[in-house]
Design a protein around this ligand. Structure first.
Ligand SMILES: *Cc1c(COP(=O)(O)O)cnc(C)c1O
Length: 403
C-alpha cells in the first residue's frame, strides 16, 4: 500500500494527515456497482462516514444516491449534485427546520423513526401543500453481533419504530392527509462482519410484509435494508474491498419481494473504510514504569474511534517496511490530555524511534468526519493519492477516471 515513492512524499509532508487511496476507492465503487446491478439494487452512500468533496464527487460518478442523517447532510448531497430523488433522510430527531428544508428539496424518502415524527412531518406537508413520501424505520429486534455502541436494531436502542407498534402506526399514518407511505426501512447496526444478522433481517422483513399485505392491503414500493456491512480492521490488506457480491447474493437468496418492489441499501463504512489511513509521526518513545509509550503527533482529536468505542485499527511503522520481527511492545497514544487518548495497548511493532512514520489503517470511515479541535489542535489535512505530484509536477499515482 505504501511504496517507496509514496513514503518519500509522506516524509516531506506535515503530519498528521489523512491519506486517501483514490485508486482503491474507485475499485471499491466499481465492484459495488457491479454487485448491486446484478439484482437492480439501489445504493445510497451513507454520507456520515466521510463527506469530503473528493470522495463524494467520486461516489457521484458511479450514480449512487446518498443516505443522510441531518439536514446539513441533505444540503451537502444536493450541493454535490446528487439528484433529490436519490436522497433518503433518517434520524430520530429531525428538527422542524430540517424537515421543512428536505420537503422543499423533494427528497426521495423521509425514513421516519416514530409516530410523533410522522405527525410533525404531516403538519409541514400541510403547510407546504406537499404530499411527503415516508418510509417507516422499523426496529426489528435483531442483534447485529457487533460493539454495543454500534447496534441500532434492539429494543433498548433509541432507533426505529418497535414492531409491536407497526399496526397502529400504519393505521394512523393512513389517516394523515399529507403523508404517502412508500416503504420500510431498517438499519440494524454497523461493523457487522457476519451475514447471519442480515439473513435474520430478511426473514423478519418477509414476515412483516406478509402482515402488511394481508392485513392492510398496502403495497410498498421499496424495502431499504440500511447499511452496516463491516470491514477487516485486523488485516486490511487481506480484504481491501469488502465482498459486496456475497452480501447481495445472500440478501437475494433470503428476501422475498413483492411485484415491482425495489431494494435499497445504505452502505457507509464498507465503501470508504479501507480507503483512508491516518499518517502520523512518532514524537517520543517514553519509558514508563512497566510500559513503553509511543507518543504520536496524532491524537483522539484526529481519530476518535478508539476512545469512543474501543475500536482497534492496525498500526504500522511505515518507516521500517523491511522489518520482519515485531519484537517491541508499545502503548500507542496521542498528545491530548485525556487518558482515553490512546490508539491501542500492547501493539507489537519493530523497534521504533522518534521521527518514524506510523500509518493507522482503515480510517476512511468515521475518521476525518469526526475530527474535533479540542485543546485547540489543528485539523489534519487530507491528501489524495491522485493529486500527488513530484517536483516536475508529474502525477506519481496516475489519475484514475471512471471507466
Ligand atoms: C450510519 C448509517 C448507515 C451506514 O452505516 P455503515 O455501518 O457505515 O454502513 C446507514 N443507514 C443509517 C440510517 C445510518 O445511520
Amino acid at each position: 500500500m505504501f511504496n517507496k515513492q509514496l513514503y518519500q512524499f509522506f516524509s516531506q509532508t506535515e503530519t498528521p494527515f489523512y491519506y486517501y487511496d483514490m485508486g482503491l476507492l474507485n475499485e471499491s465503487l466499481s465492484k459495488l456497482k457491479q454487485a448491486a446491478e446484478k439484482y437492480n439494487y439501489l445504493v445510497h452512500y451513507a454520507i456520515k462516514a466521510n463527506a469530503n468533496d473528493r470522495i463524494l464527487e467520486t461516489i457521484k460518478q458511479y450514480g449512487f444516491g446518498i443516505d443522510c442523517v441531518s439536514g446539513n447532510e441533505v444540503k451537502k448531497a444536493i450541493e454535490t449534485g446528487i439528484k433529490p430523488e436519490k436522497i433518503v433522510f433518517a434520524g430520530v430527531g429531525k428538527s422542524d427546520a430540517e424537515i421543512a428544508y428536505a420537503i422543499d428539496k423533494s427528497i426521495f424518502s423521509f425514513n421516519c423513526e416514530s409516530m410523533e415524527e410522522i405527525e410533525v412531518i404531516n403538519e409541514w406537508g400541510i403547510k407546504k401543500g406537499e404530499i411527503v413520501p415516508v418510509s417507516l424505520r422499523l426496529n426489528p429486534d435483531i442483534d447485529a453481533i457487533t460493539h454495543k455502541y454500534l447496534t441500532t436494531g434492539l429494543p433498548e436502542n433509541k432507533f426505529g419504530i418497535p414492531l409491536q407498534f407497526l399496526d397502529k402506526v400504519i393505521h394512523q399514518t393512513n389517516n394523515l392527509s399529507h403523508i404517502k407511505l412508500i416503504g420500510l426501512h431498517f438499519h440494524i447496526g454497523s461493523q457487522i462482519r457476519e451475514l447471519t444478522p442480515y439473513i435474520e433481517l430478511c426473514k423478519k422483513v418477509n414476515s412483516i410484509q406478509d402482515v402488511i399485505f394481508d392485513k392492510h392491503g398496502i403495497e410498498l414500493e421499496h424495502i431499504n435494508l440500511g447499511g452496516g456491512l463491516g470491514i477487516n480492521y485486523e488485516n486490511p490488506d487481506a480484504e481491501l474491498v469488502p465482498d459486496y457480491a456475497r452480501f447481495f447474493d445472500t440478501v437475494h437468496e433470503y428476501l422475498k419481494l413483492r411485484k415491482n418492489q425495489k431494494v435499497h441499501f445504505e452502505l457507509g463504512r464498507a465503501v470508504v473504510g479501507q480507503v483512508g489511513s491516518l499518517i502520523s509521526k512518532v514524537l517520543y518513545i517514553k519509558k514508563g514504569v512497566n510500559k513503553r509509550f509511543m507518543i504520536l503527533d496524532a491524537g483522539m482529536t484526529d481519530l476518535i474511534r478508539p476512545a469512543l468505542y474501543g475500536a482497534q485499527h492496525k498500526i504500522q511503522n511505515i518507516s521500517r517496511p523491511e522489518a520482519q520481527i515485531m519484537n517491541y511492545k508499545y502503548d500507542v497514544v496521542g498528545p491530548v490530555c485525556e487518558s482515553s487518548d490512546s490508539f491501542d495497548d500492547n501493539v507489537m511493532l519493530p523497534m521504533t524511534i522518534r521521527g518514524d512514520l506510523v500509518a493507522i489503517r482503515s480510517t476512511g470511515a468515521y475518521g476525518e468526519i469526526m475530527v474535533s479541535q479540542y485543546t485547540l489542535r489543528d485539523k489534519p489535512k487530507a491528501i489524495y493519492s491522485d493529486e500527488i505530484t513530484n517536483e516536475k509536477g508529474e502525477h506519481l499515482f496516475s489519475k484514475i477516471t471512471v471507466s
